[in-house]
Design a protein around this ligand. Sequence first.
Ligand SMILES: Nc1ncnc2c1ncn2[C@@H]1O[C@H](COP(=O)(O)OP(=O)(O)OP(=O)(O)O)[C@@H](O)[C@H]1O
Length: 233
Amino acid sequence: MPHLLELSGLGFAWPGQKDELLNIPEFHLDAGETLFLKGPSGSGKTTLLGLIGGVQRASRGVVRLLGQDIGKLSPAKRDYFRADHTGYIFQQFNLLPFLSVQGNVELPCCFSKLRESRAAARHGSVAQAAQQLLQHLGLAEDLLHRRADTLSIGQQQRVAAARALIGQPELVIADEPTSALDADTREAFLGLLFAECRAAGASLLFVSHDQSLAPLFDRSLSLAQINHACEVC
Ligand SMILES: Nc1ncnc2c1ncn2[C@@H]1O[C@H](COP(=O)(O)OP(=O)(O)OP(=O)(O)O)[C@@H](O)[C@H]1O
C-alpha cells in the first residue's frame, strides 16, 4: 500500500544559506500511524513541517501526500490541498484571540469544503462537531463561548487540537504542543490526542525535543536519522 506521506530526495536551504539545512533521501508515514520525530532546537523540525504542509517549497526532491506531489500544485491549489488534508497544532497554538473557543475550532471548515462536509456528515453539523471534539478533549462546556485569549495554556492546547482534528484531515501535524505543560498533563493530553486521531483515522506526526514522550508513539525517529545534512543533531 502506498504511504500516506512520502519524502524523497528532499533538499532545502533558507535564502542566503549556502549549505542545505535539510537533506532527506527518504522518509515516510503510513495511514493511521503515530510518529514521534525528535531533534534539538534549531535542527530544522519546524522547517520540515512547513515543507510537508507546502508552506515552504523544497529546493529539490518530492513531498507526496495522499499520492499527490505537492510541489506540482499551484500556490492556490497547494493552500486548498493543505486545508483539506492537514490539521496543525502549533507550538504557540496560534488561536485567534478575538474569536470564541467554538469559532476557533470551526475555522478550518471555513477554508475547506471537504472538512466542512465531513464534519457535518459525522456529527450532524460543524457546530456539533466542534462541541463533541472539545468534549472528548476534556474542555468544559461552559468555555465554548469564551474568547480564546481568556483560556489557560492547557485549555488553549485542547482547542488547538480540536481545531486540527475537525473534519477528519488525514494528517495531523503537531509542533511541540506540549512544551508548556507539566509531565502528567502532557501524557494525559497525548492520550486524548491519540484517541481522537484513531477515531478519525488520522496519522499523527509529532515533533519535539522531549525524548520522554517517544515510547508513547507507534514509531520514533530522530531527525539525524533521516536528515543527512544535520549539523546540530
Ligand atoms: N524564515 C526563516 N528564514 C531564515 N532562516 C530560518 C527561518 N526559519 C528558521 N530558520 C533557520 O532554520 C534553522 C532551523 O529552524 P527550525 O525552526 O526549523 O528549527 P527547530 O528544530 O524547529 O527548532 P526549535 O526546536 O527551537 O523550534 C535555524 O537555524 C533557523 O534560524
